[in-house]
Design a protein around this ligand. Structure first.
Ligand code: DGJ
Length: 712
């Protein structure tokens, strides 16, 4: 039973396989947080809604731990909901009016004490993954407009504890999803995006422990926000040892006009608790994403080739055909033509917005290339960046008013381009029709949807008065709607979300995206850190990793082909190098890795991920995947740079059945699961950039033999 109702206490317990989340109504009618943690057995185990701690100068009924944290009366913490009414009242006091349970969903209805505003706190339970989805619905039931100034998807209250530590992801272009862990002191720690997209500099993921959790043990509270625009997560620690996490659409420059009868719905924020450390937290998120969020979550991702680093803007029918031939011989399953195929697109100064095939580069259109690619047994994919125009484009010359701008003020360019105002219906129609036509007239199975700048001067001059600041949400909702409609019409087409690498990676766009372009940084060593951080929040199937050339264009590093492949084989494998530059020996070697990847692909893409050795703690990184059926484990090990006389330390796998036997596929050595986990795998990795993949296969007839050994 995912939701237990305790009517005599006006309380509810959201129960997952291992956790309870309890809420209840206090004497004043406010919805209070009661408990979040391991499953409890008796109704009396949960605290009452009225037993909050009182402090002088704080409200006498105690410091509020309201579930929706309305900004009103003496709620001083980061607001969960802030509203201005037509008479300029800015005070919101929410009282319980009813609860509705339907299967795994609980909806608690609240109403302002004096104004006609109805708020619904929505909860959905994902028992298997110990996760709860939360969102808020705000309805204007009065006859005058109101303005929402802040509406968070969730307020998470953590148990009172003496020490809190926040784990989050930060970075920048070329170094996304860098993991950070820091102690929270009194005050607020804010991670946010105020640039229109999810962002490279932070990602809407959080995890909090009490300072003592590690990969495979310790209490961790964690989650993520499903939104691709303007967001913030505020961890607010008070001097009273409480911690509140608010997650939702950013209130910065945000204001939503709510007319009578209208409802505003926030994006979803998912949160969970585990007693088994960061690794378990990640595995829960990964599984939830695969089963409930990610588009085509149950399908294996194809090995793709992407032309970007091989030919940049210089694509044409001939050079792409030559690359396609070579890619097909390697075992590639999808061939993607990146930027440069349309308009006057010879570099990044022109062409965006003019989505017709460049006839100089493709004299007979794309069809001959697509036919060739498909005749080689591969799918055909294409790059687009539909939310943008270059000022040097026919589209912009015709519709200069289609971009975000303030009248009579400069329009800042980023990568020589401007952002189309997707809040406008005519722009939405243009973007949808462009893509619809492209997909209707070509045999295209894959779209890489790029987005290469942040928003600036976010003006919407023709907006209805009072709606100008809604663009931060309207843009994202319009984008989701366009993807949804395209996918309904072209269900076989898969989508990759890219924003100059990993600038738009989140669980909002993940509902429509089959995969993400993780980073423009394809250096195999840098990637270990990027992928390590990424794995905390997102599953490996969504993480696209290309093998590119050495010397790497970004940081000039030379790395052997084996290490480059192994690093990229930890997610959805892609090839991004100029295949004409490979020697026959390298081609043979690369084909071998691709064949090996296809063998281990179900384990890597769909298995349980265990992070064994972090890139920042030593010169050895290791990550392991255990197949969902438990029959095999794949361990990746990377030696960055050996110091003389220091052998690689043994890597200790996790997640094996202790009493089953496993054979090391390469050496033939057989040990029990416990034997591998306790003694570890000792590898001879030497010098710079050495790496290995170890496959441990469960010995099928081992039950009998194992028990006879025990008897001896
Ligand atoms: C940025 C992307 O991240 C790259 O992979 C490539 O598609 C370029 N844009 C093309 O302009």
């Amino acid at each position: 039973m995912p939701i237990i109702s305790m009517p005599e206490r006006k309380a509810w317990v959201l129960r997952t396989n291992h956790t309870d989340y309890a809420i209840g109504v206090d004497e004043s009618g406010a919805l209070q947080h009661l408990y979040w943690g391991e499953k409890l057995s008796l109704p009396d185990d949960y605290p009452g809604a009225d037993c909050r701690q009182a402090w002088i100068w704080e409200p006498e009924d105690g410091i509020s731990r309201e579930e929706t944290m309305p900004w009103g009366k003496r709620n001083f913490a980061e607001p969960g909901l802030k509203v201005e009414f037509a008479d300029r009242t800015r005070d919101l006091v929410l009282h319980f009016t009813g609860a509705h349970i339907e299967n795994d969903t609980l909806r608690i209805e609240l109403q302002d004490a004096l104004k006609s505003l109805q708020v619904t706190a929505c909860y959905r339970v994902f028992g298997e993954f110990d996760l709860i989805e939360r969102s808020l619905e705000v309805k204007n039931t009065g006859d005058a407009p109101a303005n929402i100034e802040q509406a968070m998807s969730a307020i998470w209250h953590l148990p009172v504890y003496s020490s809190y530590r926040l784990t989050y992801l930060t970075g920048h272009w070329g170094a996304e999803t860098q993991l950070r862990r820091e102690t929270l002191h009194e005050g607020k720690k804010i991670i946010e995006a105020r640039r229109g997209i999810t962002g490279h500099t932070s990602n809407p993921f959080f995890a909090v422990d009490f300072g003592d959790a590690a990969e495979e043990y310790g209490h961790v509270y964690f989650g993520g926000l499903a939104f691709s625009g303007h967001w913030k997560i505020v961890a607010e620690r008070t001097p009273y040892q409480t911690l509140q996490l608010a997650a939702g659409i950013h209130d910065f420059d945000f204001r939503w006009l709510l007319k009578p009868g209208e409802t505003f719905v926030t994006p979803v924020c998912v949160g969970g608790f585990t007693a088994d450390g960061y690794g378990d937290a990640s595995r829960k998120l990964h599984g939830y994403q695969q089963e409930h969020v990610q588009r085509n979550g149950g399908e294996l991702r194809k090995v793709l080739y992407n032309s970007w680093e091989a030919t940049y803007f210089d694509v044409n029918e001939e050079n792409q055909k030559r690359l396609a031939e070579k890619a097909a011989k390697l075992g590639v399953e999808r061939f993607v033509v990146d930027d440069g195929w349309f308009g006057q697109r010879d570099d990044d100064t022109a062409g965006l917005g003019d989505w017709h095939v460049n006839r100089t580069k493709f004299p007979n259109g794309l069809k001959p290339l697509i036919d060739y690619v498909t005749s080689l047994g591969m799918d055909f994919g294409i790059w687009v960046e539909p939310e943008m125009v270059n000022p040097d484009s026919e589209r912009y010359r015709q519709h200069p008013d289609w971009v975000y701008h303030f009248p009579d003020r400069p329009r800042s360019e980023g990568r020589n381009q401007l952002v189309l105002n997707l809040a406008r219906e005519d722009v939405q129609a243009f973007v949808f029709q462009t893509l619809d036509e492209l997909l209707s007239t070509h045999e295209i199975s894959f779209v890489k949807w790029d987005m290469n700048r942040y928003f600036s001067e976010p003006g919407w001059p023709c907006a209805e008065a009072g709606r100008e600041r809604e663009i931060w949400v309207r843009h994202v909702n319009a984008l989701y709607d366009i993807w949804r409609r395209l996918q309904e019409k072209h269900p076989h087409v898969q989508f990759e979300s890219c924003a100059g690498g990993g600038g738009r990676v989140d669980m909002g766009i993940m509902r429509f995206a089959d995969q993400f372009w993780t980073s423009d940084n394809t250096d195999a060593l840098d990637r270990l850190r990027i992928q390590w951080g990424y794995s905390h929040a997102y599953n490996s199937k969504s993480m696209v990793c290309w093998v590119t050339e050495t010397v790497n264009y970004m940081n000039g590093r030379r790395i052997p082909l084996k290490f480059r492949f192994h690093s990229a084989m930890m997610g959805t494998l892609g090839i991004g190098m100029n295949l004409n530059h490979l020697t026959p020996q390298e081609i043979e070697e690369a084909a071998g890795y691709i064949a090996q990847y296809k063998q281990i692909r179900p384990v890597v893409q769909e298995g349980h991920c265990y992070r064994l050795s972090p890139p920042e703690h030593s010169d050895l990184t290791s990550v392991q995947y255990v197949g969902r059926d438990g029959l095999q484990a794949v361990v990746f090990v990377f030696r960055h740079a050996q110091q003389f006389g220091h052998p690689a330390f043994p890597v200790r796998p996790c997640g094996l059945e202790p009493y089953m036997r496993y054979r090391n596929e390469e050496t033939g050595e057989v040990r029990s699961g416990q034997g591998w986990m306790s003694r570890g795998i000792q590898l001879k990795l030497t010098g710079d950039y050495d790496s290995a993949i170890v496959r441990l296969l469960q010995v099928q007839d081992n039950d009998k033999e194992f028990h006879s050994f025990e008897k001896n």
